[in-house]
Write a protein that binds this ligand. Structure first.
Ligand SMILES: Cc1cc2nc3c(=O)[nH]c(=O)nc-3n(C[C@H](O)[C@H](O)[C@H](O)COP(=O)(O)OP(=O)(O)OC[C@H]3O[C@@H](n4cnc5c(N)ncnc54)[C@H](O)[C@@H]3O)c2cc1C
Length: 298
């Protein structure tokens, strides 16, 4: 299969890139599974124009339909390899099928680090969250625990003091920037030294049990351990990820390799829908422009 532009990843960044690329009349293929997007199964209330709790799964389904209506093709598979041969990129999907394209957009998102303790999976969306910035408003006047050792946990805990009645920051070894730790303490965050063992509740979260037996009565548990990206694909294409695993891009969302673009969570924080679609639009626009220029050179 051949295309001008191949987009790896079918979350909001990839779908928006697909919409912009296909509307510029570049032949565009979207590769990936919408059900693996961070947005799938969530509810959004801080995205422009969306009022109340907008269903993330519905947004993804509508976004894919929209991209297809503008002429995108969709391969509902994972990519397992990529390579570069002069001006041409080759992408291999899990079925073994190969495709050639003139530009690539990497929109593979991040994988949020898990605690892997009982209750974490069961109470996801029912008191367990991986994003204080996203879900803070749902915990007004309630008690929450923020878990993590790094600066992300410190800033999340401080943010939560503006919403929750009580904020516990649970960590076993604080590695966060000292200024951020002081700011969190100054805002009223209570530091608890310990390691989480189990999240408990009935229909929703009711408590967090720590190793050693201490139980914190909380309504919410924010797991703020950071993220990991699938940056191996970028390396296959000659793009070196940053120390934190993100991919650096310029204002056109172009990476260090000409013809390779990246957008969304994989380019770094904030891990938010608005940034993902904004960058998706820019990446799709420039990837299509690049591919069409190359097509005319041939
Ligand atoms: C619980 C939760 C709640 C959230 N709430 C909010 C909120 O309220 N507001 C907000 O703005 N943001 C929120 N977010 C964040 C938001 O969902 C992300 O910022 C956004 O989805 C990022 O879009 P993306 O396209 O970069 O990545 P993703 O949506 O994660 O999509 C990545 C895509 O890449 C695909 N992919 C990965 N590897 C491969 C591969 N090898 N081959 C093919 N495809 C691949 C995946 O299958 C997926 O389709 C929330 C996230 C979570 C987890």
């Amino acid at each position: 299969m051949r295309a001008d532009v191949a987009i790896i990843g079918c979350g909001p960044a990839g779908l928006q890139a697909g919409i912009h690329s296909s509307r510029r009349k570049a032949s565009t293929v979207l590769i990936g599974k919408i059900q693996n997007s961070s947005l799938y199964g969530t509810h959004i209330e801080n995205f422009f124009g969306s009022t109340g709790r907008t269903d993330g799964t519905e947004m993804l389904k509508r976004g894919l339909d929209q991209a297809l209506s503008f002429g995108c093709r969709h391969i509902d598979r994972d990519v397992i390899g990529a390579s570069m041969d002069g001006d041409i990129f080759r992408i291999t999907v899990e079925t073994g099928e190969e495709m050639e394209c003139r530009s690539v957009v990497i929109a593979t998102g991040i994988y949020r680090k898990k605690l892997n303790i009982p209750g974490e999976k069961e109470f996801l969306g029912k008191g367990v969250s991986y994003c204080a910035e996203c879900d803070c408003n749902f915990y007004k006047g309630l008690k929450v625990a923020v878990i993590g050792n790094e600066s992300l946990a410190a800033t999340s805990a401080e943010l939560m003091t503006k919403y929750a009645s009580e904020v516990y920051w649970v960590s076993n070894d604080i590695l966060a920037d000292r200024n951020l730790v002081d700011r969190a303490s100054g805002a009223g965050v209570k530091n608890i030294a310990g390691t989480p063992k189990e999240i408990r509740g009935n229909a929703v979260v009711e408590s967090l049990l720590l190793q050693g037996g201490l139980t914190l009565g909380v309504d919410g548990v924010f797991i703020e351990l950071g993220g990991r990206s699938s940056s191996e694909l970028a390396m296959d294409l000659g793009v070196l990820p940053e120390a934190d695993d993100s991919i650096k891009v310029n204002k056109n969302c172009e990476t260090s390799v000409a013809g390779v673009y990246a957008c969304g969570d994989i380019t770094g924080e904030p891990w938010q829908l608005a940034k993902a679609v904004g960058e998706g639009a820019v990446a799709g626009h420039h990837a299509a422009k690049w591919a069409k220029e190359k097509r005319n050179d041939c």
